[in-house]
Design a protein around this ligand. Structure first.
Ligand code: V0V
Ligand code: CO
Length: 150
């Protein structure tokens, strides 16, 4: 069951300058940052609020690490802006299978590693009325690297 907005993914050309915009304009601070080589992104998670299932909602600022990555290609075509939305679930495997069963293309056979040790998969935007949609199961608190190092 999808229970919350986990994050909104925002593509940018310059992560440091974009982080500074969100800090200076709204006061949002970086909760966690990492490079995900598999996805080809350098990213910063700005924590917006906690949610009643123990999760949280974030803005995920994404800078490509290579031009042929998903975000690199998208930026070249569209410029900066909202790239995807992500719904949080306790069971990304089960929910991905349920969605696949409804005829929506799920991009990965098995969920892959996402931000802060989460498990993620994506639904094809052409099957979701133009919205690239991600499903996320957060890492259990003990496995959350942000608890040791943000
Ligand atoms: C592409 N399209 C999009 C889109 N990206 N539509 C809405 N939102 C997007 N973000 C449209 C595009 O305009 C084309 O439409 C069509 O889909 C095919 O796009 P393409 O440019 O030819 O690109 P493809 O097909 O090579 O790749 C598109 C997909 C790719 C969605 C398959 O971006 C992908 O695999 N995304 C999943 C991985 C990802 O996005 N990773 C970065 C975030 P027309 O022109 O044909 O009408 S990593 C992340 O979120 C992490 C780590 C995390 O949350 O923890
Ligand atoms: Co994401």
């Amino acid at each position: 069951m999808l229970t919350r907005i986990d994050h909104i993914g925002i593509a940018c050309f310059d992560l440091d300058r974009t982080v500074e915009f969100y800090r200076a304009t709204y006061g949002f601070e970086v909760y966690h940052s990492e490079v995900n080589e598999e996805q080809g992104v350098r990213e910063a998670m700005l924590r917006i609020n906690g949610t009643d299932d123990g999760g949280a909602s974030y803005l995920q600022l994404l800078e490509p690490t290579r031009e042929d990555s998903a975000v690199g290609k998208w930026l070249a075509k569209n410029g900066e802006g909202v790239h995807h939305i992500a719904f949080g679930t306790a069971d990304v495997d089960g929910d991905a299978e349920a969605v696949r069963g409804k005829g929506v293309r799920v991009l990965y056979d098995e969920p892959r590693t996402g931000s802060m040790g989460s498990r993620i998969t994506f639904l094809h935007p052409k099957d979701c009325h133009g919205v690239l949609t991600e499903l996320v199961t957060s890492a259990p608190p003990s496995a959350d690297p942000s608890s040791a190092e943000h």
